[in-house]
Write a protein that binds this ligand. Structure first.
Ligand code: LMR
Length: 293
């Protein structure tokens, strides 16, 4: 049923994605799962602003945050079918469509800081990874940052033994699954939009995420403890439906590429600010304790 709905939406979208005229701009539907006031949400807004400006309104970017349109796995299917044109899933979410190579960014403690990460994404490896998406009907346009992940749970997580038997929500990444299995935890793949409720009802006991994601989803209200671990990285691959992108008039595509490049550069280095701000807000809220590790 879900597939039928996505297919129906994609047929409707195809009729919208015709050539631009004065009356009908080309619409880029940009779907994502986080709140607007997060690193990804703000980068999507920046891209919208610049793309609309550089194309003098011939392109209209509609941003749909907070899983409003689709959850994690569905949004990738929707992109492949053309029901939406642009997404920015995290590196950890490409396994289910057969591109598990981005999970290299999930390896714990592999990246000491964002500067090192940037060297990887902006270098030959980053370019090679993006190329893998072509065969999946999508074009990889850019890497966006969120930041480093922390652990949260309803029990104190101080030493590795504390993780034993704890049920953790994870993104759909085999590396993340292995990470938690190595600690003796029970990992459970779950869409981002379902995490708050799963924590609230006790379906899972804990999760790992950046402060900005924890705060904007109110996870700190349903978790007693967090531990500052900075053990892994959350970043995004901006992808666009390949057929749609290749079919754009060359000048429009060039202006959208320019907008993407500038939005990416503008946001790089700023995501730490949203995460720091979210940590302060969490500290002031009801969360019982934030522990450094
Ligand atoms: C998650 O699912 O925990 C995150 O990847 C969500 C996001 O897009 O930041």
């Amino acid at each position: 049923m879900r597939k039928i709905l996505i297919a129906a939406a994609s047929i409707a979208a195809l009729s919208l994605a015709g050539p631009a005229t004065a009356q009908s701009p080309i619409v880029i539907k940009f779907s994502h799962v986080v709140a607007t006031n997060t690193p990804k949400g703000l980068a999507a807004e920046k891209f919208k602003e610049l793309a609309e400006k550089y194309t003098a309104g011939k392109v209209k970017v509609e941003v749909y945050p907070n899983s409003q349109l689709y959850k994690d796995k569905e949004e990738l299917e929707a992109l492949q079918l053309g029901a939406v044109q642009m997404l920015a899933p995290s590196n950890s979410k490409f396994g289910p469509i057969g591109v598990k190579e981005f999970e290299v960014f999930d390896l714990p403690y592999m990246l000491p800081d964002l500067k090192t990460l940037r060297k990887v994404t902006d270098g030959p490896l980053g370019a090679r990874l993006l190329k893998l998406l072509d065969s999946k009907g999508m074009t990889g346009l850019a890497y966006w940052d969120n930041g480093f992940k922390e652990m949260s749970a309803n029990k104190k997580l101080i030493s590795p033994v504390d993780y034993k038997g704890v049920k953790f929500r994870i993104q759909s990444s085999k590396v993340l699954e292995a990470q938690f299995r190595a600690l003796g935890s029970i990992p459970q793949v779950m869409a981002f939009g379902e995490v708050y409720q799963a924590l609230q009802t006790g379906v899972v006991d804990g999760q790992e995420n950046t402060w900005s994601n924890i705060y904007t989803q109110k996870m700190h209200e349903v978790q007693k403890y967090a531990t500052v671990t900075n053990h892994g990285y959350i970043g995004y691959v901006v992808v666009v439906n390949k057929k749609f992108w290749d079919g754009l008039p060359a000048d429009i595509r060039a202006n959208c590429e320019k907008a993407m490049k500038e939005a990416t550069a503008f946001r790089h280095g700023q995501s730490a600010e949203e995460n720091d701000h979210a940590l302060l807000a969490i500290e002031k809220s009801g969360m019982r304790q934030i522990m450094t590790w």
